[in-house]
Design a binder for this molecule. Structure first.
Ligand code: AMP
Length: 192
């Protein structure tokens, strides 16, 4: 089962992806986590990425596509994967399709967590408090830019998956457990 978790920053993609990973034997791949690990390593690439992440801009498609291509071909992704934060551009979505086609695989579900963008600032502030400000981009100014980038570059991917018949829109303003139940319903339906 191959899944994409979709939604703006703070929509709950990470929380729901972790749940699916723990309940089903499929691997969660968070491009944001991978990039933050690269930044923390203080490598040459990490130093370049740091300012891009802090500004809430997107890292170049080439870097991200190579990162994901390496991950999904790993044995731990054989039973499936959950993509958290990828694809974020139409070019990334097309590259993913190409990779999967070559592997004889496909995307089964795109869970789009629909949220009221006005509520996201509160969620991001809460996350910043809970993590002790671990992320450079969990602040009001960067969030505004991340939402703009999401609307301009990432949201246009949705019709692509809608056409393929794999888009599941979910009200992300519900309680976490409600969102989880809905996702479970879709996954069990497919498995039945
Ligand atoms: P996230 O943790 O998914 O919110 O990602 C944090 C940041 O990492 C984003 O604001 C981007 O700067 C970068 N990033 C994560 N995933 C991608 C991607 N698929 N394409 C480009 N940049 C990304």
């Amino acid at each position: 089962m191959n899944i994409i978790m979709f939604g703006p920053p703070g929509a709950g993609k990470g929380t729901q992806s972790e749940y699916i990973q723990s309940q089903y034997t499929i691997k969660m791949l968070s491009t944001g986590d991978m990039l933050r690990a690269e930044v923390a390593s203080e490598s040459q690439l990490g130093l370049k990425l740091k300012s891009i992440l802090a500004a809430g801009e997107l890292v170049s498609d080439d870097i991200i596509i190579e990162l994901i291509a390496n991950c999904i071909s790993e044995p731990e992704c054989q039973k499936g994967f959950i993509l958290d934060g990828f694809p974020r551009t139409v070019a990334q979505a097309e590259a993913l399709d190409n990779m999967l086609q070559h592997m004889g695989r496909q995307i089964d579900h795109v869970f789009s967590l629909e949220v009221d963008q006005g509520a996201l600032l509160d969620r991001i502030k809460k996350r910043a408090a809970e993590t002790g400000g671990a992320r450079d981009d969990d602040n009001e100014e960067t969030l505004r830019n991340r939402l703009e980038v999401y609307d301009k570059q990432t949201a246009p991917i949705l019709p692509y998956y809608e056409e393929k018949g794999v888009l599941r829109q979910i009200d992300g303003m519900q309680a976490i457990e409600e969102v989880t139940n809905q996702i479970d319903g879709y996954l069990k339906e497919k498995a039945a």
